[in-house]
Design a protein around this ligand. Structure first.
Ligand SMILES: [Mn+2]
Length: 302
């Protein structure tokens, strides 16, 4: 497989600076070499150019830095679509999770042209289903799931075209444990397939994945993984802006990747919220690279 790495040094979606150097930290953790060791060829496009926070107007307090995030997500959408058109597998390195609107819009537009349906496995401590109206912080990294299912400001929902990028029933949301009141209502109303940490504690990850990923793979033609590193427990991935106790353990996270890879429909992956400023000796980015490798075929015994 030819893998295309796209770096998105975005930190405008969060109040914390530092996610902008996430792509560099994952490269330093040896991403390209490790993917090549698995037998893939790798093209690294480098990073998209993003205006610095200091040079921008914050805009509305309800959706901060919206115009630059809209611009960068539109550029990212084009890059991801082009990579898929070349037959490449995009690996998108973030950057805060506001990038997911661009990545998933690119995947959605590519498959829509072929009249194919996409699904998304979304791993996160949060539901990311706020809109400018419901958000308490105005930070866009809490809004990307809403945007891709067609809710929120048109500047985000129209990236890549005015259509719903993913049917909420084709979203599998795993690991949530910090969900705002308005988000709880939206998750249910929109029919997102969500699995809280309580669900995972009670049923166990293998049972959930066997059902949820099997089911998803039967209903869609291609599956994207959007991995927010705060989905894992902060003991494992401390370098994130919004850590929440009680997350996925190391093996549970790998099992998601391995199961997704085995379903045969994985088309792309993005890793969000690696923040090296908040990390301990690059541990978070090293874990991110290991998870990407599991999604791309690495096994304990082949
Ligand atoms: Mn997130």
């Amino acid at each position: 497989m030819n893998i295309r790495i796209i770096g998105v040094p975005l930190d405008l979606g969060s109040d914390f600076k530092g996610a902008g150097i996430g792509p560099t930290a994952m490269r330093i953790a040896g991403l390209q070499e490790k993917l090549e060791d698995l037998g893939h060829s790798v093209t690294d496009e480098g990073d998209l150019l993003i205006a610095s926070r200091q040079s921008l107007d914050i805009g509305s307090e309800h959706a901060k830095y919206l115009s630059e995030i809209q611009r960068i997500d539109s550029v990212l959408c084009d890059h991801v679509e082009r990579a898929l058109e070349h037959g490449d597998f995009p690996v998108v390195l973030g950057g805060d999770h506001a990038m997911a609107v661009g990545t998933i819009s690119g995947v959605a537009r590519f498959y829509r042209k072929q009249e194919k349906k996409i699904g998304v496995i979304w791993i996160d401590a949060h539901a990311d289903i706020n809109t400018a109206e419901t958000s308490l912080s105005g930070n866009i990294h809490g809004m990307p799931l809403a945007a891709i299912i067609g809710m929120g400001v048109p500047e985000l929902t129209h990236i890549g075209g005015d259509f719903q990028k993913v049917n909420p029933q084709n979203v599998v949301l795993l690991g949530i444990r910090s969900v705002d009141k308005a988000e709880k209502a939206l998750l249910k109303k929109m029919g997102v397939n969500f699995f809280t940490m309580t669900d995972i504690d009670k049923r166990g990850m293998p049972d959930i994945l066997n059902h949820a990923i099997d089911d998803l793979a039967r209903h869609v033609d291609a599956i994207h993984i959007s991995l927010d590193l705060d989905g894992l427990d902060p003991e494992i991935t401390p370098g994130v802006a919004t850590p929440v106790k009680g997350g996925l353990d190391y093996r549970e996270a790998h099992l998601i990747m391995e199961t997704a890879a085995d379903c045969g429909k994985l088309c792309s992956i993005e890793i969000a919220e690696a923040n090296p400023i908040l990390d301990i000796r690059n541990r978070t980015s090293e874990t991110a690279v290991e998870l990407i490798c599991s999604a791309l075929g690495k096994r304990i015994v082949d």
